[in-house]
Design a binder for this molecule. Structure first.
Ligand SMILES: NC(=O)c1ccc[n+]([C@@H]2O[C@H](COP(=O)([O-])OP(=O)(O)OC[C@H]3O[C@@H](n4cnc5c(N)ncnc54)[C@H](OP(=O)(O)O)[C@@H]3O)[C@@H](O)[C@H]2O)c1
Length: 259
Protein backbone atom coordinates (compact mmCIF):
# COMPACT_ATOMS: atom_id res chain seq x y z
CA UNK A 1 0.00 0.00 0.00
CA UNK A 2 1.27 3.47 -0.84
CA UNK A 3 0.03 4.71 2.55
CA UNK A 4 2.44 2.27 4.24
CA UNK A 5 5.39 4.05 2.63
CA UNK A 6 4.90 6.94 5.04
CA UNK A 7 5.25 4.60 8.01
CA UNK A 8 8.41 5.37 10.01
CA UNK A 9 8.04 2.53 12.55
CA UNK A 10 11.36 0.97 13.47
CA UNK A 11 13.31 4.01 12.27
CA UNK A 12 15.45 6.20 14.52
CA UNK A 13 15.65 9.91 13.72
CA UNK A 14 17.98 12.59 15.10
CA UNK A 15 16.69 16.16 14.84
CA UNK A 16 19.04 18.97 15.85
CA UNK A 17 17.58 22.19 17.24
CA UNK A 18 14.40 20.37 18.19
CA UNK A 19 13.58 21.92 21.58
CA UNK A 20 11.22 24.36 19.85
CA UNK A 21 10.09 25.81 16.55
CA UNK A 22 10.43 23.93 13.26
CA UNK A 23 12.66 21.21 14.73
CA UNK A 24 10.16 20.34 17.44
CA UNK A 25 7.30 20.22 14.90
CA UNK A 26 9.29 17.94 12.57
CA UNK A 27 10.24 15.66 15.48
CA UNK A 28 6.59 15.43 16.50
CA UNK A 29 5.51 14.70 12.92
CA UNK A 30 7.99 11.87 12.53
CA UNK A 31 7.16 10.42 15.95
CA UNK A 32 3.44 10.45 15.05
CA UNK A 33 4.34 8.40 11.96
CA UNK A 34 6.07 5.83 14.17
CA UNK A 35 9.72 6.91 14.36
CA UNK A 36 11.73 6.97 17.54
CA UNK A 37 12.90 10.56 17.68
CA UNK A 38 16.03 11.92 19.31
CA UNK A 39 15.21 15.50 20.26
CA UNK A 40 18.42 17.49 20.46
CA UNK A 41 19.48 21.06 21.27
CA UNK A 42 22.02 22.85 23.48
CA UNK A 43 19.98 22.47 26.66
CA UNK A 44 19.34 19.06 28.22
CA UNK A 45 16.40 20.36 30.29
CA UNK A 46 14.71 21.78 27.18
CA UNK A 47 15.03 18.58 25.14
CA UNK A 48 13.96 16.47 28.12
CA UNK A 49 10.78 18.55 28.41
CA UNK A 50 9.91 17.98 24.73
CA UNK A 51 10.75 14.26 24.88
CA UNK A 52 8.69 13.82 28.05
CA UNK A 53 5.72 15.59 26.45
CA UNK A 54 5.97 13.28 23.42
CA UNK A 55 6.25 10.20 25.65
CA UNK A 56 3.16 11.29 27.62
CA UNK A 57 1.27 11.17 24.31
CA UNK A 58 2.48 7.64 23.59
CA UNK A 59 5.23 8.70 21.16
CA UNK A 60 8.75 7.28 21.24
CA UNK A 61 11.32 9.96 22.08
CA UNK A 62 14.45 10.76 23.99
CA UNK A 63 16.27 14.03 24.63
CA UNK A 64 20.04 14.33 24.10
CA UNK A 65 21.92 17.61 24.49
CA UNK A 66 24.18 18.66 21.61
CA UNK A 67 25.63 22.06 20.72
CA UNK A 68 26.09 21.35 17.04
CA UNK A 69 29.16 23.58 16.69
CA UNK A 70 31.08 21.49 19.26
CA UNK A 71 32.81 18.41 17.87
CA UNK A 72 32.76 16.55 21.19
CA UNK A 73 28.99 17.15 21.52
CA UNK A 74 28.33 15.85 17.99
CA UNK A 75 30.39 12.72 18.62
CA UNK A 76 28.69 12.11 21.98
CA UNK A 77 25.24 12.53 20.39
CA UNK A 78 25.87 9.86 17.77
CA UNK A 79 27.55 7.54 20.29
CA UNK A 80 24.64 7.87 22.75
CA UNK A 81 22.03 7.19 20.06
CA UNK A 82 23.94 4.11 18.88
CA UNK A 83 24.36 2.87 22.45
CA UNK A 84 20.63 3.29 23.17
CA UNK A 85 19.02 2.28 19.86
CA UNK A 86 21.78 0.64 17.77
CA UNK A 87 20.80 2.45 14.56
CA UNK A 88 20.29 5.84 12.90
CA UNK A 89 17.98 6.06 9.87
CA UNK A 90 17.22 9.76 9.64
CA UNK A 91 19.25 12.89 10.40
CA UNK A 92 17.72 16.34 10.20
CA UNK A 93 20.29 19.14 10.31
CA UNK A 94 17.91 21.82 11.56
CA UNK A 95 19.77 23.84 14.23
CA UNK A 96 20.43 27.31 12.93
CA UNK A 97 21.46 30.77 14.03
CA UNK A 98 21.54 34.32 12.66
CA UNK A 99 23.58 36.52 15.02
CA UNK A 100 24.17 39.44 12.62
CA UNK A 101 21.86 41.64 10.57
CA UNK A 102 23.57 44.25 8.41
CA UNK A 103 25.93 45.05 5.57
CA UNK A 104 28.51 42.48 4.62
CA UNK A 105 31.45 44.90 4.84
CA UNK A 106 30.66 45.57 8.52
CA UNK A 107 30.07 41.96 9.51
CA UNK A 108 32.21 40.97 12.54
CA UNK A 109 34.42 37.97 11.81
CA UNK A 110 33.15 36.24 14.96
CA UNK A 111 29.52 36.51 13.80
CA UNK A 112 30.44 35.12 10.39
CA UNK A 113 32.35 32.25 11.99
CA UNK A 114 29.51 31.43 14.40
CA UNK A 115 26.95 31.42 11.58
CA UNK A 116 29.04 29.11 9.43
CA UNK A 117 29.95 26.81 12.34
CA UNK A 118 26.34 26.32 13.47
CA UNK A 119 24.54 26.42 10.12
CA UNK A 120 26.85 24.60 7.69
CA UNK A 121 30.02 23.19 9.26
CA UNK A 122 28.01 21.21 11.82
CA UNK A 123 25.83 19.74 9.06
CA UNK A 124 28.90 18.50 7.19
CA UNK A 125 30.39 17.01 10.35
CA UNK A 126 27.19 15.36 11.63
CA UNK A 127 26.43 13.90 8.21
CA UNK A 128 29.94 12.46 8.08
CA UNK A 129 29.41 10.87 11.51
CA UNK A 130 26.15 9.14 10.50
CA UNK A 131 27.31 8.21 6.98
CA UNK A 132 29.18 4.98 7.89
CA UNK A 133 26.29 3.93 10.15
CA UNK A 134 23.66 4.46 7.44
CA UNK A 135 25.89 2.81 4.84
CA UNK A 136 26.27 -0.29 7.02
CA UNK A 137 22.50 -0.40 7.58
CA UNK A 138 21.83 -0.26 3.83
CA UNK A 139 20.53 3.31 3.59
CA UNK A 140 19.18 6.38 5.28
CA UNK A 141 17.72 9.83 4.80
CA UNK A 142 19.49 13.11 5.59
CA UNK A 143 17.53 16.36 5.47
CA UNK A 144 19.05 19.81 5.65
CA UNK A 145 16.94 22.77 6.75
CA UNK A 146 18.06 25.66 4.60
CA UNK A 147 15.87 28.70 3.84
CA UNK A 148 14.56 30.73 0.94
CA UNK A 149 17.34 33.09 2.08
CA UNK A 150 19.71 30.51 0.58
CA UNK A 151 18.07 30.98 -2.81
CA UNK A 152 18.08 34.75 -3.13
CA UNK A 153 20.02 37.72 -1.72
CA UNK A 154 18.88 39.75 1.25
CA UNK A 155 19.76 43.22 2.51
CA UNK A 156 20.10 42.08 6.10
CA UNK A 157 21.16 38.47 6.42
CA UNK A 158 24.42 38.09 4.58
CA UNK A 159 26.33 35.37 6.50
CA UNK A 160 23.02 33.58 7.01
CA UNK A 161 22.37 33.62 3.25
CA UNK A 162 25.85 32.26 2.56
CA UNK A 163 25.42 29.44 5.04
CA UNK A 164 21.96 28.51 3.75
CA UNK A 165 23.13 28.47 0.11
CA UNK A 166 26.04 26.25 1.17
CA UNK A 167 23.59 23.79 2.77
CA UNK A 168 21.74 23.42 -0.54
CA UNK A 169 24.94 22.70 -2.44
CA UNK A 170 26.14 20.37 0.33
CA UNK A 171 22.95 18.32 -0.02
CA UNK A 172 23.38 18.00 -3.78
CA UNK A 173 27.01 16.89 -3.43
CA UNK A 174 26.22 14.38 -0.70
CA UNK A 175 23.36 13.04 -2.82
CA UNK A 176 25.62 12.17 -5.73
CA UNK A 177 28.37 10.86 -3.46
CA UNK A 178 26.15 8.68 -1.26
CA UNK A 179 23.40 7.58 -3.65
CA UNK A 180 25.27 4.33 -4.27
CA UNK A 181 24.86 3.57 -0.55
CA UNK A 182 21.10 4.25 -0.72
CA UNK A 183 21.53 7.34 1.42
CA UNK A 184 19.26 10.11 0.18
CA UNK A 185 19.95 13.76 0.95
CA UNK A 186 17.37 16.49 0.42
CA UNK A 187 17.02 20.09 1.51
CA UNK A 188 13.97 22.05 2.67
CA UNK A 189 13.82 25.82 2.20
CA UNK A 190 11.16 27.29 4.49
CA UNK A 191 9.82 30.78 3.90
CA UNK A 192 8.86 32.81 6.96
CA UNK A 193 7.79 30.69 9.92
CA UNK A 194 6.64 32.20 13.20
CA UNK A 195 9.29 31.05 15.71
CA UNK A 196 11.73 32.56 18.20
CA UNK A 197 14.39 32.85 15.47
CA UNK A 198 12.15 34.92 13.21
CA UNK A 199 10.79 37.14 16.04
CA UNK A 200 13.08 40.08 15.22
CA UNK A 201 12.17 40.00 11.52
CA UNK A 202 8.46 39.58 12.09
CA UNK A 203 8.36 42.60 14.38
CA UNK A 204 10.05 44.83 11.75
CA UNK A 205 7.25 46.95 10.30
CA UNK A 206 8.84 47.58 6.88
CA UNK A 207 9.54 43.91 6.40
CA UNK A 208 6.04 42.89 7.48
CA UNK A 209 4.53 45.34 4.96
CA UNK A 210 6.72 44.04 2.10
CA UNK A 211 6.05 40.46 3.15
CA UNK A 212 2.27 40.84 3.11
CA UNK A 213 2.43 42.44 -0.34
CA UNK A 214 4.67 39.72 -1.79
CA UNK A 215 3.59 36.45 -0.18
CA UNK A 216 0.91 34.74 -2.30
CA UNK A 217 -0.77 33.25 0.78
CA UNK A 218 -0.39 36.54 2.66
CA UNK A 219 0.61 34.99 5.99
CA UNK A 220 3.50 33.40 7.87
CA UNK A 221 3.77 29.67 8.24
CA UNK A 222 3.36 27.79 11.49
CA UNK A 223 6.12 25.30 12.42
CA UNK A 224 3.61 22.46 11.92
CA UNK A 225 3.32 23.35 8.23
CA UNK A 226 6.96 22.33 7.78
CA UNK A 227 6.53 18.91 9.42
CA UNK A 228 4.77 17.04 6.61
CA UNK A 229 7.70 17.55 4.25
CA UNK A 230 10.10 16.18 6.83
CA UNK A 231 7.95 13.06 7.26
CA UNK A 232 7.77 12.63 3.48
CA UNK A 233 11.52 13.06 2.92
CA UNK A 234 12.38 10.79 5.84
CA UNK A 235 10.10 8.02 4.61
CA UNK A 236 10.00 5.52 1.76
CA UNK A 237 7.30 7.69 0.17
CA UNK A 238 10.22 9.76 -1.20
CA UNK A 239 12.44 6.74 -2.01
CA UNK A 240 13.38 8.09 -5.46
CA UNK A 241 14.13 11.63 -4.29
CA UNK A 242 17.65 12.77 -3.62
CA UNK A 243 19.57 15.99 -4.16
CA UNK A 244 16.31 17.95 -4.23
CA UNK A 245 15.71 21.41 -2.85
CA UNK A 246 12.09 21.90 -1.82
CA UNK A 247 10.68 25.36 -1.20
CA UNK A 248 7.80 25.73 1.30
CA UNK A 249 7.23 29.48 1.39
CA UNK A 250 3.58 30.36 0.76
CA UNK A 251 4.56 31.54 -2.72
CA UNK A 252 6.92 34.27 -1.48
CA UNK A 253 9.65 33.54 -4.04
CA UNK A 254 7.07 33.94 -6.81
CA UNK A 255 6.48 37.60 -5.96
CA UNK A 256 5.99 39.47 -9.23
CA UNK A 257 8.92 41.68 -10.23
CA UNK A 258 6.62 44.56 -11.23
CA UNK A 259 3.19 45.83 -10.32
N1 LIG B 1 11.67 30.65 11.35
C1 LIG B 1 11.84 30.91 10.08
O1 LIG B 1 11.17 31.81 9.51
C2 LIG B 1 12.83 30.11 9.27
C3 LIG B 1 12.83 30.29 7.89
C4 LIG B 1 13.72 29.57 7.11
C5 LIG B 1 14.59 28.68 7.71
N2 LIG B 1 14.59 28.53 9.07
C6 LIG B 1 15.55 27.59 9.63
O2 LIG B 1 14.86 26.61 10.39
C7 LIG B 1 15.73 26.12 11.42
C8 LIG B 1 14.98 26.16 12.75
O3 LIG B 1 14.67 27.50 13.04
P1 LIG B 1 13.45 27.95 13.96
O4 LIG B 1 12.85 29.12 13.32
O5 LIG B 1 12.62 26.78 14.31
O6 LIG B 1 14.25 28.46 15.25
P2 LIG B 1 13.89 28.46 16.82
O7 LIG B 1 12.44 28.33 17.05
O8 LIG B 1 14.62 29.63 17.38
O9 LIG B 1 14.58 27.12 17.28
C9 LIG B 1 15.95 26.95 17.14
C10 LIG B 1 16.33 25.62 17.76
O10 LIG B 1 17.72 25.40 17.57
C11 LIG B 1 18.34 25.17 18.85
N3 LIG B 1 19.70 25.67 18.72
C12 LIG B 1 20.11 26.93 18.54
N4 LIG B 1 21.45 26.97 18.44
C13 LIG B 1 21.88 25.69 18.53
C14 LIG B 1 23.15 25.07 18.50
N5 LIG B 1 24.27 25.78 18.35
N6 LIG B 1 23.21 23.72 18.63
C15 LIG B 1 22.09 23.00 18.78
N7 LIG B 1 20.87 23.52 18.84
C16 LIG B 1 20.76 24.85 18.70
C17 LIG B 1 17.43 25.86 19.85
O11 LIG B 1 17.43 25.27 21.14
P3 LIG B 1 18.45 25.60 22.35
O12 LIG B 1 18.36 27.06 22.59
O13 LIG B 1 17.92 24.74 23.45
O14 LIG B 1 19.78 25.17 21.86
C18 LIG B 1 16.07 25.56 19.24
O15 LIG B 1 15.67 24.25 19.56
C19 LIG B 1 16.98 27.00 11.39
O16 LIG B 1 18.00 26.35 10.67
C20 LIG B 1 16.52 28.23 10.60
O17 LIG B 1 17.58 28.87 9.94
C21 LIG B 1 13.73 29.22 9.85
Amino acid sequence: MIKEKFNLSGKVAIITGASKGIGEAMARGMAEFGATVVVSSRKQAAVDAVAEQFQSEGLSATGIECHVAKAEHREALVEKVMAKYGRIDILINNAGTNPYFGPIHKMPVAAYQKTMDVNINSAIALSNLVYPIMKKQGGGSIIHISSIEGLHPSKMMRAYNLSKTALIVLGKNQAIEWGKDNIRVNTICPGYVRTKLSEALLSNETLVKDFKKNCALGRYSTPDEMAGLAVFLASDASSYMTGSTIVNDGGLLHAPLFG
